[in-house]
Design a protein around this ligand. Structure first.
Ligand code: MTE
Length: 311
């Protein structure tokens, strides 16, 4: 991100029927994937959890990234700027109890405890592709609920056009906030129609388990057709507004990180190409797909927009 360059990593809303993998095939392919990965990178370890969930928008050669990588190769600047920092420095973070404020242009604003905001009985498991602006990618089994569910409950006013998200601000619990690397608290935003898209997801878990601190506990955003930095972690506030919200990375470096942040292999980052990506655990780079492979489901949201300007 801030310091970022592409890293040289060593170490249809309904998925088309042809790409749907049933659980038996899935486990077999995951096992085969583990063998292949062990040649080029970290394999799943025996004690790691198995991926669970319905694959959304996966390509035939997408295999879930091992738990070990998903939980130790993270960006979460509240806990440090190196990829290994969040796992190390968030160990003592206690996310519960957690209150989420819903405010702004909505008929039903309020303050909610996490378990009322996202009822544990309503969560589902989904496996999504994840593409970082730094040109690496993963395949991640998330647990959570569609973002649209909580938005509809809040009943946004017709005049609301966007939803803004804010991360917890507490430098005593998030030591990275004691440094001026970003304009804290971390913020993000989506246009309301993007936020209501059935793929936009609020995650409270990973690999069928509670969300680890470093992945954004207790609740974070997942927008699979956008660069990973849209996936704001440890959310404490959602605000409905008629103005395009400010976002952490756009505020920090406006010429590098736009509001839309759709994965677009045709638009280079000012300092590197976005045409290819390195899947964590793989050796060769693979071509990056428009909208991270979700184009058939989301491209219509941007019809008529110049995506070179609205990057
Ligand atoms: N959210 C907060 N609050 N702080 C951050 O530093 N980093 C973003 C995003 N959300 C970040 C954040 C970036 S740059 C990425 S790539 C993703 O989180 C990483 O999510 P992951 O750890 O699940 O891979």
């Amino acid at each position: 991100m801030l310091i970022g360059r592409p890293v040289d990593v060593k170490s249809s809303e309904i998925t088309p029927e042809s790409l749907y993998v049933n659980r038996r095939e899935w486990l077999a392919s995951a096992a085969a994937g583990a063998v292949a990965l062990s040649v080029f990178g970290p394999a799943a370890r025996a004690q790691d959890p198995q991926p669970v969930g319905r694959p959304f928008g996966l390509q035939p050669d997408d295999k879930p990234t091992p738990w070990q990588d998903v939980t130790t190769y993270n960006n979460f600047y509240e806990f440090g700027t190196d990829k290994s920092d969040p796992a190390q420095n968030s160990k003592n973070f206690k996310p519960l109890p957690w209150t989420i404020t819903v405010d702004g242009m909505a008929s039903k604003p309020g303050k909610f405890q996490l378990e009322d905001f996202i009822k544990p009985s309503t969560v589902e498991d989904r496996i999504y592709r994840h593409r970082c602006v730094e040109a690496w990618s993963m395949v991640i089994p998330w647990r959570g609920i569609p973002l649209a569910d909580v938005i509809k409950r809040a009943e946004p006013l017709a005049s609301a056009k966007y939803v803004a998200f804010t991360t917890l601000m507490d430098p005593s619990r998030m030591p990275g906030q004691q440094l001026g690397v970003l304009d804290w608290p971390y913020t993000e935003g989506l246009r309301l129609d993007e936020a209501l898209h059935p793929l936009a997801f609020l995650a409270t878990g990973l690999y069928g388990r509670t969300l680890p601190n470093q992945n954004g506990a207790p609740v974070r955003l997942v927008v699979p057709w956008k660069y990973g930095f849209k996936g704001i972690k440890s959310i404490v506030r959602m605000t409905f507004t008629d103005k395009q919200p400010k976002t952490a990375w756009n505020t920090q470096t406006p010429n590098e990180y736009g509001f839309y942040s759709n994965v677009n292999p045709a638009v280079d980052h000012p300092r590197w190409s976005q045409a290819k990506e390195r899947r964590i655990g793989e050796f060769l780079r693979r071509p990056t797909l428009p909208f991270n492979g979700y184009a058939d489901q989301v491209a219509s949201l941007y019809a008529g927009m110049d995506l070179k300007k609205n990057y």
